[in-house]
Design a protein around this ligand. Structure first.
Ligand code: ATP
Ligand code: LTN
Length: 335
């Protein structure tokens, strides 16, 4: 059904309830590609287990993440929506690409450094080789473009290097992917520590807006957001907190920073925080009600993931056959 279209691929880990950062930085942008591109959007459960997960929660969040994809506007008729572990070729190509990824390259990944500092008792090999599995996700589908937040730029550059290295040794095998990083919302910061990115696995609930938070909760969290001791809504040295709120407001309303400064001139932080809270809560209301409807129908979610996995597996096999041939593996006889 998607013949001749260029491919878009992206993934989100079912490692926690999704945040406003995941929404504005990534998922909200996904549906814009659905008409022009052949889009694969994956729930990357294999990446999630690089950090210890509770099995019941992981299972529930995998359903929830798929339901949220759809609640955010991804139509399963127009996009291939699936779960990573349902397509074993991801693990297969992941291993192969491990053999074309250098120890030094993986050691330089800032996400590895951050996550190993946070999980000092569980610095496992999967956490280290996470980027080669991510490269496999992308390269399996001959992806041209990968919409992600700014924090994934380094992983994308590594995926490009791996693709170029493999192509250099064996001749053209993989399309070399480009990142697509939205301008205003590429990096939404924590509401409690505005120099740190908003992360779904943050333990401080006041630091993160969850896509499914109700209106009162959203407004309360914005009211508590850490700002500086000034009162002017503008950017500047030491004003990371206000700048973050301005980016969020801009991403949701489409207004420029100059318009926002003019709108709130002389009105103080209290007014501004309330406006941001109300605008964000209202913009998420539709997603929340769609999610409630979709997540109640597990059978439907299972049908969507089965359909998506079937289609993804067929596309992945085309790349795997090519990779096996190039490497010198014997193609197994089917049937
Ligand atoms: P975790 O806390 O488990 O590492 P995460 O919140 O960083 O999770 P991911 O599943 O790793 O979320 O990321 C999903 C997508 O959301 C990625 O494209 C990522 O770049 C984007 N993203 C995550 N956090 C932010 C943020 N604060 N601002 C903008 N984009 C973000
Ligand atoms: N590493 C990504 C999640 C991810 C991904 C991908 C994103 C796994 N595989 C492929 C884009 C393309 C993250 O968000 N932390």
């Amino acid at each position: 059904m998607f013949k001749d279209k260029k491919v878009v691929f992206s993934g989100v880990q079912p490692s926690g309830m999704l945040t406003l950062g995941n929404y504005l930085g990534a998922i909200k942008n996904f549906s814009a590609f659905s008409d022009e591109y052949h889009c694969y959007y994956c729930v990357v459960d294999m990446h999630a287990i690089t950090v210890r997960q509770n099995p019941a929660e992981l299972r529930r969040r995998t359903y929830d993440t798929l339901a949220l994809y759809m609640a955010c506007g991804l139509d399963p008729e127009k996009n291939v929506l699936f779960v990573q572990s349902h397509v074993p070729a991801h693990a297969e190509l992941g291993w192969i690409l491990d053999c074309y990824t250098m120890f030094g390259e993986l050691s330089r990944m800032t996400q590895f450094k951050d996550k190993s500092a946070k999980n000092a008792d569980n610095i496992n090999a999967g956490l280290f080789t996470y980027p080669s599995l991510m490269a496999a996700d992308i390269l399996l589908y001959q992806t041209e473009m990968v919409p992600v937040g700014n924090d994934q730029k380094q992983h994308l550059e590594l995926a490009r290097d791996i693709a170029n290295r493999f192509n250099g040794v064996y001749g053209d095998t993989f399309v070399v992917p480009d990142p697509y990083i939205a301008k205003t919302s590429a990096r939404i910061m924590s509401l409690a520590e505005p120099t740190k990115k908003m992360s779904k696995s943050d333990e401080n609930e006041n630091a993160v807006i969850r896509i499914l938070d109700d209106k009162d909760t959203v407004i309360r969290k914005f009211k508590r957001a850490v700002t500086d001791s000034g009162c002017e809504v503008c950017r500047g040295e030491g004003k990371e907190g206000i700048e973050n709120l301005m980016s969020i407001y801009s991403a949701v309303t489409g207004k420029s920073f100059e318009d926002i400064e003019a709108e709130f001139a002389g009105r103080g932080y209290g007014d501004f925080k309330l406006a941001v809270g109300e605008t964000v809560a209202d913009s998420l209301a539709g997603v929340r009600s769609e999610f409630a409807r979709l997540s109640a129908d597990k059978k439907y979610l299972e049908d969507v993931m089965a359909e998506g996995a079937g289609e993804a597996a067929r596309a992945a096999q085309r790349t795997m056959s090519k990779v096996r041939r190039k490497l010198g593996f014997i193609e197994p006889k089917r049937g």
